[in-house]
Ligand binder design. Sequence first.
Ligand code: FAD
Length: 319
Amino acid sequence: MSTNSFSKFYPLFQEKLKDRVLFDTPLAPFVAYGVGGPADILTFPVSEEELQWIDDTAKSHKIPVTVIGTGTNLLVVDEGIRGVTISLSKAFQGIEKLPTEHADKIRVRCGGGVLKPKLLEWAVENGYTGLEFSAGVPGTIGGGIYMNAGTKYGCYGDILKEIRLFDFEKGFQQLERNNLHFSYRESEVRNSLVVWTTFELRLGDKTSIRREVDRIIQERAEKQPLDYPSCGSTFKNGTDYSSGRLIEKAGLKGTTVGGAEISTKHANFILNKGNATAKDILTLINIIKTKVKEQFGVSLECEVCILGGSIEGTESKKT
Ligand SMILES: Cc1cc2nc3c(=O)[nH]c(=O)nc-3n(C[C@H](O)[C@H](O)[C@H](O)COP(=O)(O)OP(=O)(O)OC[C@H]3O[C@@H](n4cnc5c(N)ncnc54)[C@H](O)[C@@H]3O)c2cc1C
């Protein structure tokens, strides 16, 4: 066990969380890229009470807090994440149909740890339409809300009705969708953890919903390099440019650093071809930013969240 400045709190976390906490654990197996250093204290709370306890304990000992989903949009640096990391992957997994007054409107409450493909499959199986836009998008519902994940067909903010958050300043909060602002890959869910969400779907025809989902998945497979680990699109698109096109025009397709490569199929994807480090990927990100700025005067904005490496002993904070 390491002797970082948080290791003195390990027994406290062990006693409370038992088998729902790991120490000095490499995060690479927990994130899509398969890279990244250790989390000091990796927790898997199974109740709101445990969430509250983790936050209270972190606050009283000034331990920083970070939330992760399944890491499909995360680049964890090689130095890892200091303090407490929270994953909802061992609980907050429920999908429940709620009663509604309108027979054709479906309300579904979904835990923040539920995988998007699982919710989509549930909807398809029951003949509920509205989630087709998410076909092929990986990760948890919590990560999807935080990122306002989506595609050209829609985004989670479009179907959200209600949300339960754990706000790291104000505690648990239940909010109506109308009180939250969502935009392209942005939500107002900051400094908070998504505990559960309520979405509104509609009754549809199961066969046509399934056909549409299959079509979108096929369309994505034709355009996207899905054979190697990535985080999907590395940079956000602008209102008047496609980041992938600019990267391609800059002649960067196929550029490699260590084990990381700018995809030859879709230039906005950076792939881990086998033995990449976070540093390799970060270096490619910086090469792209520099070249695109030089050639087109455009400052690309990262869609991928870069986490970790903060100085030990800093104030408790989320991403
Ligand atoms: C092959 C591939 C294709 C992709 N295609 C798309 C696409 O088409 N559209 C798209 O939008 N994205 C896409 N992505 C990116 C990614 O899947 C989404 O951003 C996804 O929503 C991230 O979910 P996650 O659970 O993996 O979150 P993570 O990557 O683990 O975290 C992302 C951010 O969300 C925060 N977060 C995670 N869980 C919670 C929670 N419960 N409460 C609050 N904050 C939380 C984290 O702190 C972090 O800041 C793709 C990724 C891959 C690998």
